[in-house]
Design a protein around this ligand. Structure first.
Ligand SMILES: Cc1cc2nc3c(=O)[nH]c(=O)nc-3n(C[C@H](O)[C@H](O)[C@H](O)COP(=O)(O)OP(=O)(O)OC[C@H]3O[C@@H](n4cnc5c(N)ncnc54)[C@H](O)[C@@H]3O)c2cc1C
Length: 378
């Protein structure tokens, strides 16, 4: 009988892993705690390192129908002046902005019927060299399999059980996200990020008349919304910033604005134990500054499937996978943390110097930096 694996968590990482493994002929089930897959109102960027893999899986074309291709990344000042512009056209597959739910749906549709089991929260598991894994769920009976992949996000139960419980590290700012309408005169294909003092605003057109935006502000963890509500608070914070920032916030349904703390974790020295491993945010959550968290999960999935190809020993395959992935994910996580720290600087003199230095550094090292992240082939 062939190998059978369980994936805990049906986010982008879990779905991508299931697809990559099914393509290798491995039987897999994804157990997701949510009873249904809700339309989480957030847009996201996917960069060439991820779209290259999605193309190899045959799922890029349907995504291109509901996304916008990114031609440029523009770094701006609050008055709209340009700090730097990075053209994004020089890769074999495009960078795109899209709705998270569209990516999720396309991955899920590519899986075999019955692969995904909703409403099943993993609570615990036992594992051993000769016995495989027995996974226990809050919403149903235990399941036995040859191995378990924890793709259960930043607060992973699988990670906590393998490596001990710990809290994510808060990086000093929060992030709001929303989806607003396209505005007349908006630049199609341009992602913009505007750097102020201790706050940033990002604009990502994602096709179909929709524009995803995000905003950041320095402050304590888990800060409550202002008295007048989340939307007015953001409007006040970004008053006087260039167009179309106010129009975008104004055109966003207040109850759809999502708020998260910027957080990540220290890199683990090991991810796997025997026939259990981790993938995506469960293994290496990163701050969102380079838009690479889901891209890393997709890279993980491709690498995991490759590492198991023709490998009779599951534990050896998992060890090879994490060996191949640890350095890369640590590097990208560090880059993201640094960019976030620079983008959130507050002191006006330091900020003026930052903008000048960033312009010069991006100009000098642009191709090298882009290729190191986006040119990656798993
Ligand atoms: C503000 C913000 C903006 C971002 N923008 C981008 C971007 O533009 N591009 C990009 O590539 N990345 C971006 N990211 C990162 C990206 O969202 C994550 O890295 C990515 O979603 C990780 O996917 P995952 O499947 O590993 O985890 P998750 O998406 O967290 O999925 C985990 C899944 O596991 C389920 N689960 C949890 N516990 C259990 C359990 N015990 N049993 C069963 N199921 C369980 C959850 O319900 C969930 O469905 C952003 C993140 C943030 C916070």
């Amino acid at each position: 009988m062939g190998r059978r694996l369980i994936i805990a968590g049906g986010g982008i990482g879990g779905m991508a892993a299931a697809l990559a493994l099914e393509r290798e002929g491995i039987a897999v089930n994804v157990f997701e705690r949510a009873p249904a897959f809700a339309e989480i109102g957030a847009g996201m960027s996917l960069w060439p390192n991820a779209t290259r893999i999605l193309r190899s899986w045959g799922v890029l074309d349907p995504l291109l129908e509901t996304s916008e291709t990114v031609t440029h990344f523009d770094l701006l000042r609050p008055d709209g002046g340009t700090i730097s512009t990075i053209p994004m056209g020089g890769f074999d597959t495009p960078a795109v902005c899209l709705h998270r739910a569209d990516l999720h749906r396309v991955l899920m549709r590519a899986l075999s019927p019955g692969c995904v089991v909703p409403d099943r929260r993993l609570v615990s598991f036992t594992h051993g060299a000769d016995i495989g894994v027995t996974a226990d769920f809050a919403g149903g009976p235990s399941v036995r399999a040859d191995g378990l992949i924890g793709a259960d996000g930043v607060h992973s139960v699988v990670r906590a059980r393998l490596h001990g419980p710990s809290d994510p590290i808060f990086r000093g700012y929060c992030i709001w996200r929303g989806i607003g309408p396209e505005t007349p005169g908006g630049s199609r294909g341009h992602i913009t990020e505007t750097w102020g003092r201790g706050q940033r605003f990002g604009v990502m057109p994602m096709g179909g008349g929709r524009v995803c935006w995000y905003a950041t502000r320095n402050g304590p963890a888990a800060q409550a919304d202002g008295d007048k509500g989340r939307k007015s608070e953001i409007q006040g914070l970004f008053a006087g910033w260039h167009r179309p920032i106010q129009e975008l916030i104004e055109g966003t349904n207040a109850s759809d604005i999502i708020k998260n703390d910027a957080q990540d974790r220290r890199a683990l020295p090991r991810w796997s134990r025997g026939c259990v491993t981790l993938l995506g945010d469960a293994a290496h959550p990163i701050t969102p500054n380079v838009g690479q968290g889901a891209c890393m999960a997709i890279e993980d999935a491709a690498c995991l499937a490759k590492s198991l190809r023709g490998e009779p020993d599951l534990a050896a395959g998992f060890a090879a996978y994490e060996e191949a992935r640890r350095g890369r994910t640590t590097f990208v996580g560090r880059q993201s943390r640094r960019i976030g720290a620079i983008g959130q600087l507050e002191n006006p003199i330091v900020v003026a110097a930052r903008n000048l230095v960033t312009r010069a550094v991006l100009f000098a090292s642009r191709d090298m930096t882009l290729n190191s992240v986006y040119g990656f082939e798993s």
